[in-house]
Design a binder for this molecule. Sequence first.
Ligand code: PGA
Ligand code: ZN
Length: 425
Amino acid sequence: GIASVFARQIWDSRGCPTVEAEVTLASGASGRAAAPAGASRGEYEAIDLRDGGIAFGGKGVGRAVDAVNGPIAKALQAVDARDQALVDSRMIEGDGTSNKSVFGGNATVAVSMAVAHAVADAEGLPLWRLLAGDRHVRIPLPEIQIFGGGAHAGRRTDVQDFMIMAPQAGSIRRALEITGNVYHAAGAAMEDAGLLAGTADEGGWWPNFDSNEAALSMLVSAIERAGYRPGEDVFISLDIAANELRSGTGYQLNLDGEKLSSDEIVDRVVRWSEDYPILSVEDPVGQDDTAGMANITARIGETVQIIGDDFLVTDAGRVAKAAEAAAGNAVLVKVNQAGTLTEARAALETARELGWATIVSARSGETEDVTIAHLATGWNAGQIKVGSFARSERMAKWNELLRIEEALGSNAEFAGAGGLPRRVG
Ligand code: PGA
Ligand code: ZN
């Protein structure tokens, strides 16, 4: 049973406050976890409860910390920690809202993950193994950012994430080697072009480009410069994060000075997928544009992964509706969009049952917490997205995956192309 639940305010990778929870069981076993925080957030996500006011630019998490130390701690007293569904439902009921606006999704997600860590500690198992049980697991295929734009780089480019994927890498160790080589080749190419200007929020190179296409071309050159074949060894993955581009009924591409309709932004992304070796596209349209998602899926979904992030907000009901409309073929799973492990896992399992691919994802605001490396492996997600290949809040997750692969030894299977939607890749 749960003996104590405690939270404190700590600091995230952007120097902003976040919630860290510690859970101790009667046996003395314990677990700790920290809430991540998004910058390009969907309207239908669980609420990230902030104090407002003057301190910390309004971003204090005192109210969320108080929710953990008060009502959540009380609701979980003596609850069987092994029953994650019960733990999470106690928090969901105690909050009483559909978007966790009373306790804060940042409070509930930290506690939910800390409880899972405490059980893993009690059982003497790594969390990924606790979650997987006896089932065979795969090491997820990573998508890793090289240039970071959009809301993570002062909107220097419209597209938020310019990423790479190496489905043929064979192991996470090799996939990370390839990524490191491309990341450094991209930095050297930026330096040669006089464009090097530090990094963005998730560690990707600052996107000092005059057009989205210039970034795509530079990415292709970087893949070649690192000695790989674009479209064979290494592919491009984009997060358009088009929810952030919404303007009236259309989309504003500031870099190109254009206002596009839903059909036109889909045309644009389809053209990019023809001109560049693009394997995956996330949120090509906004959170409510089901028709736009269905349109792009009908046009390129046979060969390109179409991911819903802000569009699906890790919600099983939204995933089921999207699948019915053939609006996408993959779901991004961010535990803090849902607010508990149980709800996030339900979104993932719903997608899997409907034949969709699954990607467990970090947020742009992160900490040293490595829980998502365990969730992606233990839940047998096909893919994982953590940001770029610099800054330790990112590298901590990649390095944890290396340890998991090592622990699996000869049983380690890399999801590779098998982690993508059927037929894609
Ligand atoms: P966010 O960005 O964490 O700022 O929402 C990540 C993403 O859009 O995938
Ligand atoms: Zn996204």
